[in-house]
Design a binder for this molecule. Structure first.
Ligand code: GTP
Ligand code: MG
Length: 295
C-alpha cells in the first residue's frame, strides 16, 4: 500500500480546484472563472486498490496584501507541511512573472519532490504547451513534467500513475467512503459562496463571506439551514439582494439545488445579507469566518 499527501500549489485561476474535483470524482472544492476563489485548504481523498492519495487544494498564490490575501497565501504555504509530493500547477501560456520568484524560493526550502503540472492543454497546441514547459524547467529542477486538462481529464490518469510512484509505503489514512475533510457547514457555505461568485462575477469584488448560523434536521426530514452572507460595504448589500430580491432568490435556489444534490436530502435554505464593514482588511474579523491558518 502506498499513501501520502500531495499539495497543489499555484497562481489563482490555474485550475487547482478543478483538478482536485476531477480526480476525486465529486465537487468538493468550489471552482469559478474568477481568480482567488479558494479560501480554505480542502483535502480530497482518492481511494485506490493499492494506494490512497490525499490531495490538498490551496488558495491561489498571489502578492496582494490585505489581511484576507495574506491569510490565503500563508495558508497555501503552510499546506506544504507534511507534503510527500508537491504539484506546481501552471496553465499553458503562463510565464515567469510576478509571483513565481517568490514561489520558487518557497519550493526550494522544502524537501518534497515537485512536479510541474501544465494545465488547460485542451485550449492550446503542442508548441505552446512545450514553450510553457521550457519557461519553467529552465529555472527549476522538477522531478516530473506533466501536461493535463483538469476540465476534460486528459492525461490525468498518467499524472496519478506518476504520483503513486513517488509516494512512500504507508497506511490508509482515511476510511473507505470519506472523500474530504470539509464539515457539512463548510461544504454548504462554500456552495453558496460559489453561486454568489458565479452570478455576480463582475459586480462584486472579493468581499463576500458566508457563515452558517444554524443548521438542523427537522422532524419531516428536511434540513433547515440559516446562512448569512457578509459583505464589506452597505452599497454591496443592494447588489446581492437585487431588484425586489431577485438576485438573492436566484442565489438561494441555485445553491439549494446543488446542496440537495450533494446531500441527497431536501433542504430549506434561508439567506440573510449583513454588512461587516471592511472585513477583508481586519484580522480579527477573518476568524469569524474560519479564515485562520491551522497551527
Ligand atoms: N479550458 C480549461 N479551463 C480550465 C481547466 N481547468 C480549470 N479551468 C477553468 O479555469 C477557471 C479556474 O478554475 P479553478 O479550478 O477555480 O482555479 P483555481 O486554481 O482553483 O483558482 P483559485 O481558487 O482562485 O486559486 C475555471 O473557469 C475553470 O473551469 C482546463 O483544464 N481547461
Ligand atoms: Mg481554487
Amino acid at each position: 500500500m502506498k499513501s501520502g499527501l500531495v499539495t497543489i500549489l499555484g497562481r489563482p485561476n490555474v485550475g487547482k480546484s478543478t483538478l482536485i474535483n476531477y480526480v476525486i470524482g465529486s465537487k468538493i472544492s468550489i471552482a469559478t472563472p474568477k481568480p482567488q476563489t479558494t479560501r480554505f485548504r480542502v483535502l480530497g481523498v482518492k481511494h485506490m486498490k493499492d494506494a490512497q492519495i490525499i490531495f490538498a487544494d490551496t488558495p491561489g498564490f498571489h502578492l496582494a496584501k490585505s489581511a484576507l490575501n495574506k491569510y490565503m497565501v500563508n495558508l497555501a504555504v503552510s499546506s506544504l507541511e507534511g507534503a510527500d509530493l508537491v504539484y506546481l500547477l501552471v496553465e499553458v501560456g503562463d510565464y515567469l512573472g510576478e509571483e513565481y520568484p517568490e514561489l520558487f524560493k518557497i519550493l526550494k526550502k522544502q524537501k518534497a519532490p515537485v512536479f510541474l503540472v501544465i494545465n488547460k492543454t485542451d485550449k492550446y497546441g503542442s508548441e505552446q504547451i512545450q514553450q510553457t514547459g521550457e519557461e519553467f524547467t529552465n529555472v527549476f529542477k522538477f522531478n516530473q513534467v506533466v501536461g493535463i486538462s483538469a476540465l476534460t481529464g486528459k492525461n490525468v490518469q498518467n499524472l496519478i500513475d506518476k504520483t503513486i510512484e513517488y509516494l512512500p509505503e504507508g497506511p490508509e489514512y482515511f476510511p473507505e467512503g470519506q472523500v474530504t475533510d470539509l464539515t457539512l457547514e463548510l461544504r454548504i457555505a462554500e456552495i453558496i459562496r460559489e453561486k454568489i461568485i458565479i452570478l455576480l462575477q463582475e459586480e462584486l469584488p472579493y468581499t463576500t463571506a458566508v457563515n452558517i448560523e444554524e443548521i438542523k434536521e427537522r422532524e419531516n426530514g428536511v434540513l433547515y439551514v440559516n446562512a448569512v452572507i457578509y459583505v464589506s460595504r452597505e452599497s454591496q448589500k443592494g447588489i446581492l439582494i437585487g431588484k425586489k430580491g431577485t438576485m438573492i432568490k436566484k442565489i438561494g435556489s441555485f445553491a439549494r439545488f446543488e446542496i440537495e444534490q450533494a446531500l441527497k436530502k431536501q433542504v430549506y435554505l434561508e439567506l440573510t445579507v449583513r454588512v461587516e464593514e471592511d472585513w477583508p482588511k481586519l484580522e480579527n474579523k477573518l476568524k469569524k469566518f474560519g479564515y485562520v491558518v491551522p497551527k
